[in-house]
Design a protein around this ligand. Structure first.
Ligand SMILES: Cc1cc2nc3c(=O)[nH]c(=O)nc-3n(C[C@H](O)[C@H](O)[C@H](O)COP(=O)(O)OP(=O)(O)OC[C@H]3O[C@@H](n4cnc5c(N)ncnc54)[C@H](O)[C@@H]3O)c2cc1C
Length: 613
């Protein structure tokens, strides 16, 4: 956009300036026309370069943030002074985080879905920063489509300009749209931005592009009607494949506009997903025909988008094959768990470097056909770590957790075992649960695994870490607890205090991770660093329970997030890393309190993981 504006500033358009791409007209002089033609022909390049500039800026910011985290990590590992130093933030940074980066669009609501009934769900709201970015994107596109259009000229002079600009931009936008749509998008790692956020941008940029495509088509239609009359519009569509193919592409994207809102996505995700792919292919095929028939240069933009899309799908397929087919095929063991969940365990056919924050796509053809569903990798263990947990049953804290560990015998000794906890909903997860529930023993089925994905953020540079989870969100947080306690024992992390706050409807949910909690509660050093606060909101607990060392507490009700966070902030133990993987209510409350703490001068980073889009 910058170069677009710079170029425009050099020109001195006449009052009748115009910008068709079809040579000079009576409305302008040849020099202005030449300049405006050039502007049109470079519009897409300038726009894409500008977007790349934004990515470069974001990358620079990410590098600085990572550098800062690295310095903080090294300085805080064994230095009380450094911990105190990093516990305070500068007012400007705090204000920026509190009022822009972490802020909900208005006052409070961000993650809690706008839901009118079980089936009428309008989804979540973007943050203030995300909305500002979306708004800037819209303004840039509107500006690039309408800048210097001589509105007072006759329609037949104005329409070609609008037609060309909106058409060109809608094709150029396909490139970022396909980049943002893929879970293989390298920007997820480079910019430390979650796939969830990129999906949001994908949807908004998609909506904008569809409106541009509709505006482009309307210009064509109005021009044809003005030149030839309504009667001949039908004839033109029949006899001119250029117009017909463009119209079909526009209709395909218009259907996308209707079927993509959360309202329809949540009714049937699989239907949405498959229809979306069919419509995308249809759009690209007819758009290609539309552009190729007149050898328009925009077809190279489309080709770029198609190549990126095909490459990312190929990489995903290759990842799936690589991860699922080794010397043996991938088999998963499924155990039914109380509380409407199942545990899925498997030994990956290929070596898998496990890190907290990872997720994968699971496909089980015998249950969900070819559909792939994302799940967090809740735990990774090898033979040694399993036996260690079962030999330490006498520890105080574990007595709260220990009931049985019969699931362990289903894991393959000596091999790496990755586990997922899947909570049932209405589709694939419901079928998975029903199959496991019907079976009296563990169910073994063939599966395909694709991953690892996820942002894999390290929390090791934070002096204090607070992990909030609700329900199955524990699968995202528990691996961090283990990593941080282990790091504390080895002296490799800056973390001196870890608090896990897990809110669940009933005590049955404890069964999902009992063995792993037991593992954590038998780790050296956990008493100095770890606090586990469990909150039961509905049933199964009559009175609060505390372990003798107060390290584990089980309480009826909901957590007082403000009191918990304020207690940690007052300790001034380094920068506070707050991570939340929870349903909307808890996530919004954690966000609100984090902003309050920032306003009080705490140095705090908020990391949000949502299980959906
Ligand atoms: C990164 C990530 C990690 C996740 N980790 C876990 C986990 O550890 N444990 C767990 O129980 N759940 C997890 N989920 C949620 C899980 O993917 C969905 O609950 C599951 O796919 C629902 O399948 P279903 O067919 O039963 O859904 P439905 O009952 O059909 O729909 C329930 C909800 O899930 C969404 N959904 C359905 N299919 C998909 C899909 N293929 N991709 C994305 N969303 C979908 C729907 O839009 C709807 O909002 C995670 C989601 C993400 C994005």
């Amino acid at each position: 956009m910058a170069s677009l504006v710079a170029m425009s500033a050099r020109a001195v358009p006449s009052t009748k300036a115009n910008s068709t791409s079809s040579g000079s007209t009576v409305y302008q002089n040849a020099a202005t026309q030449a300049y405006l033609d050039k502007l049109n022909s470079t519009l897409a390049q300038n726009y894409l370069w500008a977007l790349l500039g934004v990515v470069a800026l974001a990358f620079l910011y990410t590098v600085l943030v990572r550098l800062n985290a690295h310095v903080r990590h090294l300085a805080s590992m064994s230095n009380e002074g450094a911990l105190r130093y990093f516990s305070k933030s500068t007012p400007t940074i705090s204000a920026l985080k509190s009022n822009l980066l972490y802020s909900p669009i208005l006052y409070y609501r961000r993650a809690r879905e706008i839901r009118f009934s079980r089936h009428v769900n309008l989804g979540t709201l973007p943050t203030r920063f995300q909305s500002t970015f979306i708004l800037l994107l819209v303004i840039t596109n509107v500006f690039a489509s309408t800048w210097n259009v001589p509105w007072s000229d006759p329609q037949l002079e104005v329409l070609p300009i609008l037609r060309n600009r909106t058409g060109t931009l809608s094709v150029a936008n396909l490139i970022p749209i396909v980049v943002l749509s893929s879970v293989k998008n390298p920007l997820i790692y480079l910019l430390d931005i979650s796939y969830d956020s990129f999906s949001l941008m994908h949807r908004w940029l998609g909506r904008l592009t569809i409106l541009q495509a509709i505006a482009h088509t309307m210009c064509h239609v109005i021009m044809t009607v003005q030149q030839k009359g309504w009667a001949n519009l039908k004839v033109s569509l029949k006899t001119e494949p250029f117009l017909a193919s463009g119209l079909v592409a526009t209709i395909a994207v218009a259907v996308m506009l209707i079927h993509t809102p959360k309202l329809f996505r949540s009714l049937s995700y699989e239907f949405f997903h498959h229809l979306h792919i069919v419509l995308a292919i249809l759009t690209m095929a007819f758009l290609w025909r539309h552009l190729a028939l007149k050898s328009l240069p925009q077809r190279y933009l489309l080709l770029g988008a198609v190549i990126i899309w095909a490459t990312s799908r190929t990489f995903r397929f290759a990842t799936l094959l690589y991860r699922s087919v080794g010397k043996e095929s991938c088999k998963v063991k499924i155990h039914s768990l109380p509380g409407g969940a199942v545990k899925v365990s498997f030994t990956p056919p290929r070596p898998w470097t496990y890190r907290p924050g990872q997720s994968l796509y699971l496909t089980i053809p015998s249950i969900g056909l070819w559909t792939a569903h994302p799940f967090s990798v809740a735990w990774s263990e090898v033979e040694g770590s399993i036996s260690r947990a079962s030999t330490l049953r006498s520890m105080d804290e574990k007595e709260i957790m220990v009931r049985n560990k019969e699931e362990i015998d289903l894991e393959i000794p000596g091999k790496q075992v990755l586990s997922l906890i899947v909570k049932k909903h209405n589709g694939f997860t419901q079928k998975l649960w029903e199959r496991a529930d019907r079976s009296s023993t563990a169910l073994t089925v063939n599966a395909f695994i694709e991953g690892p994905y996820g942002t894999e953020r390290s929390l090791s540079s934070y002096g204090t870490v607070m992990l909030f989870a609700s329900g199955v969100g524990i699968t995202h947080q528990l691996p961090y607890v283990r990593e941080l306690v282990e790091g504390y024992r080895q002296g490799t992390v800056a973390t001196k205090r870890v608090t896990l706050v897990w809110v669940m409807p009933n005590t049955e949910c404890l069964e999902w991770v009992r063995g792993w909690l037991q593992d954590v509660l038998s780790m050296d050093g956990r008493r100095e660093v770890l606090k586990i606060l469990l909150f039961i909101t509905r049933g199964g607990l009559n009175q609060s329970i505390r372990s003798p060392s107060d390290m584990v507490q089980i309480t009826r009700g909901r957590p007082n997030v403000h009191a918990l966070m304020w207690e940690e902030v007052q300790q001034k133990m380094g920068c506070l890393g707050v991570s939340v993987c929870a349903g909307g209510g808890l996530a919004d409350e954690v966000r609100r309190v984090s902003r309050v703490m920032l306003d009080r001068g705490a140095n705090l980073d908020l990391i949000e993981e949502g299980f959906g889009w």
